[in-house]
Design a protein around this ligand. Structure first.
Ligand SMILES: Cc1ncc(COP(=O)(O)O)c(C=O)c1O
Length: 393
């Protein structure tokens, strides 16, 4: 048997350790089974329950459940009437969906480089772009890795140019920043961004299999989102031109079927009960990585108290070698993200290497370590030890 230079034997560790993973309990399973046995599989009572509880958790007035985070971005962009001839700004270090939502609406995408310390969109670069181009109608900041963007500062900028803010908070349910008055501002609470979106993909804080949510404090936007997620249909008499009876509805704009089924919402509701517990565990894991990697030569992430730790990203020299080395140990790290402007689709719009040096330098070294609530201390120590062993080579 292969004995590692540690207390751990490889046989104990052969189970692959991914970078992110869902946790499903018997209670979660029971909640889904109960819905399967009920009268509603889709758009029944679980949707409203999930929306209400999620809004309560985040601190927004409204929440609209949709089929995934990408659909949430698309509908939010539509609710701003984003259209051809207009543009948005987002970060090059994000999942491409943050940018793609503008393309779905026929609008253009601009990127603002990241801050090399926080890896978040650099608000000075955002303002430079807004100053130059009046066709920019909105900014899509990303609470990357779980670190909240300072939306108070961003709103001071966007207000000068009449631009909206759509917060991509897929990495940060439960995350927050402290504003200039000392008030805790939860990611997605709508205090500064008129819409925020979340994803319930299995690697995220809570999962519904696939799923997404839009939060807002704006009643008009809320009503529009409800309509857009179901084709653009309304049954509200005040919105209809005619009314033929109980069955009657009108298609008043072009929407989509982006509904979340009740089956998945029941999983989301059950998971939401453990959201705080998961967040606490993520923060514990981050603290253990900080401690274990201190002085090792890798750069551990910047963060403040409100960080939600969807990801724990280190910057390492010889990143590819480290990634490959860890794979041989059954540790599956990941790279978040390949800069969006360097994706072949976006290169077609003229973006090229060298456009956003901070994002590109970050990409050369970044590596997301395993981070999920059910990661055990033994597994985490095994990860740290294998990183340290690699760095000694
Ligand atoms: C920052 C960010 N935005 C958007 C999305 C899209 O969410 P989904 O995968 O649920 O469509 C994701 C998820 O991968 C994400 O990480």
């Amino acid at each position: 048997m292969w004995i590692l230079n540690s207390a751990f034997e490889i046989s104990d560790m052969q189970k692959p350790i991914p970078y992110g993973k869902q946790s499903i309990t018997d209670e979660d399973i029971a909640a889904v089974v109960e819905t399967l046995r009920s009268d509603f599989l889709t758009q029944g009572p679980r949707i409203g329950e999930f929306e209400e509880q999620f809004a309560g958790y985040i601190g927004s007035r409204y929440a609209v459940a949709v089929s995934n985070g990408t659909a949430a971005l698309h509908l939010s962009a539509m609710a701003y009437d984003l259209s051809p001839g207009q543009k948005i700004i987002t970060s090059p270090i994000t999942f491409s969906a943050s940018a793609n939502c503008a393309r779905y609406c026929g609008a253009g995408v601009l990127f603002a480089d990241i801050d090399p310390e926080t890896y978040l969109i650099d608000l000075n670069r955002v303002e430079e772009l807004l100053k130059k181009d009046s066709s920019i109608k909105g900014v899509i900041p990303v609470d990357f890795a779980g670190q909240a963007v300072d939306l108070e500062e961003l709103k001071e900028i966007t207000d000068k140019y009449g631009a909206w803010i759509l917060e991509d908070s897929c990495h940060a349910p439960g995350g927050y920043f402290i504003d200039s008055k000392g008030i805790r501002q939860n990611c997605g609470n709508g205090a500064f961004a008129s819409q925020a979106i979340f994803s319930f993909h299995p690697v995220k804080h809570i999962t519904s299999g696939e799923g997404g949510m839009i939060t807002t404090n704006d009643e008009k936007i809320y009503k529009r989102l409800l309509r857009l997620r179901t084709h653009g249909l309304t049954k509200d008499p005040s919105e209809m031109g005619e009314n033929h009876g109980g069955w009657y509805m009108e298609l008043i704009e072009l929407g989509y079927n982006y509904r979340l089924p009740d089956i998945l919402a029941s999983l989301g509701i059950s998971q939401l009960k453990r959201a705080d517990e998961g967040l606490r565990r993520r923060r514990e894991i981050a603290a253990l990585y900080d401690k274990g990697l201190k002085g090792s030569g890798v750069i551990t992430p910047y963060y403040n108290e409100g960080h939600a730790f969807h990801l724990y990203v280190i910057l390492a020299e010889r990143r590819k070698e480290l990634y490959d080395h860890l794979r041989t140990k059954n540790i599956f790290t990941q790279v978040h993200y390949i800069p969006v402007h360097l994706m072949p689709y976006y290169r077609r719009f003229g973006f090229k290497k060298g456009d956003y040096p901070n994002a590109e330098n970050y990409y050369e070294k970044c590596l997301s370590l395993p981070m999920y609530p059910t990661l055990t201390n033994d597994e985490q120590n095994y990860v740290i030890e294998n990183i340290l062993n690699f760095l000694k080579k």
